[in-house]
Design a protein. Structure first.
Length: 515
């Protein structure tokens, strides 16, 4: 049983805001920081209970109106999930925060939530990007070293390993400026990238918008702004023509690349999450083809590579990946769905168009790779197959397998471009995006729209999908779907067609159907 007085005492310090209904949604509780304390406190409790099937419970405790009702819910949950309080394995909860002024108070709320559960310890890991904190939890759960220094060392060592494995004949850039300029969204990622950069001394990286001194987090900067508006972030412009640029988001879990065409004002060539996914897929597929030679196939080992996208992936990317012979799967929006699906493969690559994504390697495939690389190194040393096995192992250490991480993503993109000898333009030419348009519609009740088939089909209200189909049929290469957002009080409309004008009209006409 939960210790009553401890919990009632601490929860009375975090009074629930009036008139707000909190929901975990696509990815986390989102509200103005000033009303989030009681939620973060309760999420602290939840983390301490280390629950597995926790999402409905998260909503319930975030909204529990009084300390007594909160205690009752927690006790029911502890009983249902049979959470032991035997003190044998104390729960350790890692906490981190970003650079925003609200961070300190919210971290304190979470700490009090954690410590209101007897036997749970909170460890403050300091100022971190979101993916660094996830990386630390994963490392700790595997019994590995999990400090920030360990994170930087693992990323930089595996990056250097991949650099050393670049085929010599390819190790030349096609005449482009080799510099990378990164927009840090005025968040925590810019400073962390600079630390990483110092450890690498191979890459020429300049970071702009790297702290709140330069501007407000995600305001006119950052991956979300760049991807949705398709314009250069603050501090970037025509002076950057012919330079490879990238944009992180405020907490550094999203990454997009872009280039500024010469004489452009703010317009950019966007290289989005779908194209990052495609680059990773091409590279991994190449390594697997070196490995899956006769003898490996005879040994019955063929790695299963799975690609996971959402309905927001540009249709041209899906066609491109399928034409490579890859298996493409779709899930609803939100990394919680993509990640779960990717874990079903030997290698699962998932990305949302907006730049959230990563690569997962199964334990059994990593074990096989380790054995195989040892066997290969004792045979003909330096064979393509051996290098391919070593490259895949290095990728598994470089990429953050806990969650999409813009810092490890940048390093992997950079080393693959060097490996291929590709400029950003060559990369962007893998396929041409279909023109698309995303709109938001404010409605009285967004939950009235219910979807199925990875959000591609509306099942409620009746008749809406048929009306959408009638609109789509009017367009060449038309595709359109609607779904309620899980983070904002809107219904999103997404449309694609063969021209920008057609994508715009399709989106607008479907938005009218939703309204
Ligand atoms: P919602 O609001 O549910 O569409 C948005 C993004 C997701 C994800 C989450 C969390 C789109 C269309 N949706 O979710 O991909 O990034 O925010 O950050 O970009």
């Amino acid at each position: 049983e939960v210790q009553k007085s401890l919990l009632l005492d601490s929860s009375s310090r975090f009074v629930i805001p009036q008139g707000v209904k909190l929901s975990y949604g696509t990815a986390g509780f989102r509200e103005d920081a000033s009303i989030l304390s009681s939620t973060v406190y309760r999420v602290g409790i939840l983390a301490a209970l280390r629950s597995l099937h926790w999402e409905p419970f998260a909503d319930a405790i975030a909204n529990a109106p009084s300390p007594q009702q909160l205690l009752q819910l927690i006790n029911e949950f502890v009983e249902k999930e049979r959470i032991p309080f035997d003190g044998v394995r104390p729960a350790e909860i890692l906490l981190g925060r970003d650079t925003r002024p609200s961070g300190e108070a919210l971290l304190e709320a979470a700490r009090q939530g954690v410590t209101s559960i007897v036997g749970a310890v909170a460890s403050d890991m300091g100022i971190l990007t979101t993916p660094q904190l996830h990386w630390m939890v994963r490392a700790r759960n595997k019994g590995l070293r999990a400090s920030e220094q360990d994170y930087f060392e693992q990323l930089s060592n595996s990056f250097k390993c991949l650099i050393d494995l670049i085929p010599t004949e390819r190790n030349k850039f096609d005449g482009m400026n080799d510099k990378l300029v990164v927009d840090g969204a005025n968040g925590v990622g810019g400073a962390k990238l600079q630390i990483l950069h110092k450890l690498l001394n191979v890459l020429d990286i300049e970071v702009r918008n790297s702290s709140e001194d330069e501007g407000v987090l995600n305001d006119g900067v950052g991956a979300d702004y760049v991807q949705k508006e398709k314009v250069a972030p603050c501090g970037f412009g025509s002076k950057d023509a012919a330079i490879r640029c990238a944009s992180l988001d405020g907490d550094a879990d999203r990454l997009v690349y872009f280039s500024v065409p010469p004489e452009s004002n703010l317009q950019i060539n966007l290289v989005d999450g779908d194209k990052i996914l495609s680059l990773f897929a091409v590279f991994i597929r190449e390594q697997l083809s070196f490995l899956n030679e006769k003898e490996d196939l005879e040994n019955g080992h063929k790695a299963r590579l799975g690609i996971i996208q959402t309905a927001y992936a540009n249709g041209a990317s899906t066609d491109y990946l399928k034409n490579l012979g890859l298996e493409v799967n779709f899930t609803p929006t939100g990394v919680k769905y993509l990640h779960e699906k990717a874990a079903e493969f030997d290698i699962g690559i998932y990305f949302e168009a907006n730049g959230h994504g990563t690569i997962l390697f199964s334990e059994s495939f990593i074990e096989w790779l380790e054995v195989r690389s040892r066997e290969l190194s004792s045979g003909s040393k330096g064979s393509e197959a051996e290098k391919a096995a070593l490259r895949l192992l290095a990728v598994s250490n470089l990429i953050n397998q806990a969650v999409g991480d813009a810092l490890s993503g940048v390093l992997l993109v950079e080393v693959i471009l060097k490996h291929m000898g590709w400029s950003i333009h060559r990369w962007n030419e893998l396929y041409h995006d279909l023109p698309s348009r995303m709109l938001k519609v404010k409605v009285a009740d967004r939950t009235a729209v219910v979807t199925a088939n990875a959000e591609t089909v509306v099942v409620r209200p009746p008749g809406l999908q048929e009306a959408i189909n009638t609109e789509i049929a009017k367009y060449t290469q038309g595709r359109c779907f609607v779904r309620p957002s899980g983070t904002e009080d809107v219904v999103r409309v997404y449309a694609e067609a063969s021209t920008q004008e057609a994508a715009d009209t399709l989106a607008n006409s479907v938005a009218k159907l939703v309204d």
